[in-house]
Ligand binder design. Sequence first.
Ligand SMILES: Cc1cc2nc3c(=O)[nH]c(=O)nc-3n(C[C@H](O)[C@H](O)[C@H](O)COP(=O)(O)OP(=O)(O)OC[C@H]3O[C@@H](n4cnc5c(N)ncnc54)[C@H](O)[C@@H]3O)c2cc1C
Length: 232
Amino acid sequence: MLLYNQTVKTWDVIIIGGGIIGLSLSIALRKRGATVLIVERGEPGREASHAAAGMLADFPLEMPPELQPLATASACMYPEFVHELQDESGIKVDLRDQGTIFFATPDHLREHPGLATDCPLPSPLEELEPALGQVNLPAIYLKERSVDPRALTAATLKRARHRDVDISSGTAVTEVLLTNGRATGVGTGQSTDRGQQPGVVDPQVDLAELLDHLGSEAVEGGGVGDVDGSGD
Ligand SMILES: Cc1cc2nc3c(=O)[nH]c(=O)nc-3n(C[C@H](O)[C@H](O)[C@H](O)COP(=O)(O)OP(=O)(O)OC[C@H]3O[C@@H](n4cnc5c(N)ncnc54)[C@H](O)[C@@H]3O)c2cc1C
């Protein structure tokens, strides 16, 4: 069991998915002292976070009402978040505060009659964005910020690595392992069986080699998590 104990690593938290949410969360957890593993089926930051336009929306017409308080809180925290990111990663994420030109539909104007006067454009539309001069809808101006989403993700990834977040790329999580109703590990695409112990092994180790050494006590699944059976 010596090799088992030496080779297998455990973490306080396993995050499934290394997009901007998983990466940011990992940094926040590391700042609070937790050890963290991110399990990412592809490459970190190459899915929605890579495709995003980078608008930091904070306006009721742009989202369901339930999300508005979160969006407002997030928008307030962004400058500090970006400042820390840039400081630690050395990557500029291009936080801008030029605002958003928003084209209100007739429905918007019916529901919010004061919209056009409450949120006027700072200059004529043709001056702000000549290519939009011909759009035949009332344009309003939102005081919102934006970032370069790819730079944001790159900076967040670099910062997570700098803070010793472990990242396992190319590993798809296929199941969350539960013990007495608690999540104690995850199974990955490499595994076919649930392990006998509540948890599985680090996918970065050579699973076949590890199983050879473990013999009949082996955890059969390939995956990640807490392997000592304690559930701690
Ligand atoms: C075209 C487009 C434009 C957008 N524009 C904006 C915008 O302007 N402003 C804005 O705020 N939002 C925008 N969004 C939304 C924004 O991109 C997402 O809300 C944000 O990126 C979500 O981050 P995430 O980390 O949850 O998701 P993702 O970046 O998709 O990360 C999730 C990760 O989880 C991994 N994963 C999934 N399943 C598994 C598994 N079983 N095992 C292991 N890994 C797994 C994926 O590979 C992926 O890397 C836009 C989205 C799109 C598609």
